[in-house]
Ligand binder design. Structure first.
Ligand SMILES: Nc1ncnc2c1ncn2[C@@H]1O[C@H](COP(=O)(O)OP(=O)(O)OP(=O)(O)O)[C@@H](O)[C@H]1O
Ligand SMILES: [Mg+2]
Length: 246
């Protein structure tokens, strides 16, 4: 099983949109796929029409008291399973061991028997959870809006990787919420700055078609497959798939 995180220190940059679209495209291509919604906001879970079970006690999962299989739900999409978010997981950082980074990787281990790909939708923070994500993921995809503020936050992530000995080779950038009518967006896309780690070619456009995922509670491929944004997510998936090959 390969593990791919959608991560950025900055909020609202299209992490969840990319996580949902990539996971459903992978499942559609026949790969047994698991999406783990690690953000207590639960936007990915909601988009995929799932909720955490009422009796859920996420602390028992994170502290090793309950087997992870209990948390996995089927979705309406063939080949796609989900571990939904739970608001209680906002306390996650206090449950994770401060001195270790391997809790998430250990939890993921038994899932590799059932899944070929695990997509992690991550909350926007640099925390113990982020350390666990950076340790567990084979690739950390960073959706970056072509603006100076988004690039500054990206630089902070790169510095964090360097300071804490996470391999930079895991990081991949791609442009998100890109509006080619804006000069700055065009200039940055045409000439990606050095801070952009190994950028993918796919550029996700700013488009109301993507926002409508909330209305349809589905990936864009399901309701507007000829939309340029749907095409961009297909290219992103194609690049990621090639990049994951050994
Ligand atoms: N390409 C896009 N074009 C237009 N709107 C978009 C696009 N991608 C995402 N959005 C919208 O922008 C908002 C933020 O997107 P999303 O939830 O995917 O970002 P996020 O990085 O996961 O945010 P958070 O940090 O809060 O988890 C949502 O309302 C979403 O519908
Ligand atoms: Mg999100």
């Amino acid at each position: 099983m390969k593990t791919v995180a959608l991560y950025h220190l900055k909020g609202g940059v299209g992490k969840t949109a990319a996580a949902v679209n990539l996971a459903t495209l992978a499942a559609r291509s026949g790969l047994p796929t698991l999406l783990w919604d690690l953000d207590p906001q639960g936007a990915a879970s909601w988009t995929l029409r799932a909720e955490a079970p009422e009796a859920a006690k996420p602390k028992s999962l994170w502290t090793g008291g309950a087997p992870i299989g209990q948390w996995v739900q089927e979705t309406a999409w063939p080949n796609l399973s989900l571990i939904p978010a739970d608001l209680a997981s906002r306390h996650l950082d206090t449950w994770l061991r401060k001195d270790g980074r391997d809790t998430l990787a250990t939890l993921l281990e038994p899932l590799s028997e059932s899944y070929s790909l695990c997509v992690l939708d991550c909350p926007p923070s640099l925390s113990h959870l982020a350390d666990n994500i950076f340790a567990a993921a084979d690739r950390v995809l960073v959706p970056t809006v072509p603006t100076h503020l988004s690039l500054r936050a990206l630089k902070q992530v790169l510095d964090y990787f360097a300071e804490h000995d996470f391999p930079k080779a895991k990081l991949r950038g791609f442009w998100s919420l890109a509006d080619r009518r804006r000069g700055l967006h065009r200039a940055l896309i045409e000439q990606p700055p050095k801070a952009m780690p190994r950028p993918y070619k796919a550029v996700i456009p700013y488009a109301s078609g993507v926002e409508k995922m909330g209305e349809h509670r589905a990936p864009i491929e399901d309701y507007a497959s000829s939309h340029p944004a749907a095409e961009a997510y297909r290219l992103l998936w194609k690049e990621l798939k090639a990049d994951l090959k050994p």
